[in-house]
Design a protein around this ligand. Sequence first.
Ligand SMILES: O=C([O-])CC(=O)C(=O)O
Ligand SMILES: [Mg+2]
Length: 388
Amino acid sequence: MRIVDIKEKAVSIKSTISNAYIDFSKMNVSVVAVVTDVVRDGKPVIGYGFNSNGRYAPSGMLHDRFIPRLRDAKPAELLNDAGTNFDPHRIWDVLMKGEKPGGHGERSVAVGTLDMAIWDAVAKIEEKPLYQLLADWYGNGTPDEQVFVYAAGGYYQPGKGLQELQDEMRNYLDMGYSVVKMKIGGSSLDEDLRRIEAVLKVVPDGGSLAVDANGRFDLPTAIDYAKKLEPYNLFWYEEAGDPLDYQLQNELANYYKNPMATGENLFSMQDARNLIRYGGMRSDRDYLQFDCALSYGLVEYMRILDMLKEYSWSPRRCIPHGGHQMSLNIAAGLGLGGNESYPGVFEPFGGFADNIPIEHGYVKLPDIPGVGFEAKADLIELMRTVAK
Ligand SMILES: O=C([O-])CC(=O)C(=O)O
Ligand SMILES: [Mg+2]
């Protein structure tokens, strides 16, 4: 059993949307295809992965370091003891050979992309959906039947006024979502409050709306927003300040009693642990958004879950960033609290299986081997062009 080819291609997901920090006019993602010599259903098993969104395609690192390490490894270094499947944990060690600790930069994105493809292949070789495999290997064998998902959007966009913002949010509710998310911090506090109040007119209540500042605020601004936001009793107040400013997050908790969320830009167990140690996050109400695709993959994400357990955090407090099917599988298989979804943006990478509707804010997963990419027609069509 061996890997016979590894392909990578950068694919554009550019659009006219902006959050408080960046626009997406040049955004792209890496898609990888890991081709194996294992045959299932008469065809070679191919594992696919992509790097979520928000970080650019790590093509250079993949081609210079990580793909060659995988290619040059002896087949036995990549397999489980019995030689019956690839071992994602051993593959992780091969990928990280020669990498010093700390300063996680964006190599974590390159590793996370390959890790996704490896897990997809491993589950396909086992002929199981990944969520079932995770529940079998690491849980009690019974995955969650459905996963809470919320619709992330509400971006700033040229020509988009309050009416268009309301229409967008109404559309998400019509699709079956119960919680929607919008951007803040890209305009003045007064303007953002007008935007929030416009959305509150079309959603059932504050608990149906989350806001995301994308790390834009300094402490005084984060507190000004907190004071205005608190009476709305929102679903959460996300990434108020710089992701690495644990003290800011900690101070903010003194001014905001409702749920906060952060973590999408922390890319390692060690960074996540610093948030838990020093960030003032409250395990009874706050949410953690670490995204495995950006942060060394599921192998590292399991280290994060182990760390959380040590600090008495439930995995149910985790609702990962990224809106991808990989985290959806982890959520169902390892019992997370939910997953992000981008029904309208980052196509064809946003959204889940075709033909599985969102109902009352929950989605079910397709019963096919692997991550489930084959159940999303536009995505798998693109992925297959990378494998060729
Ligand atoms: O705008 C982005 O980069 C995406 C983001 O923060 C989110 O989905 O929470
Ligand atoms: Mg965010």
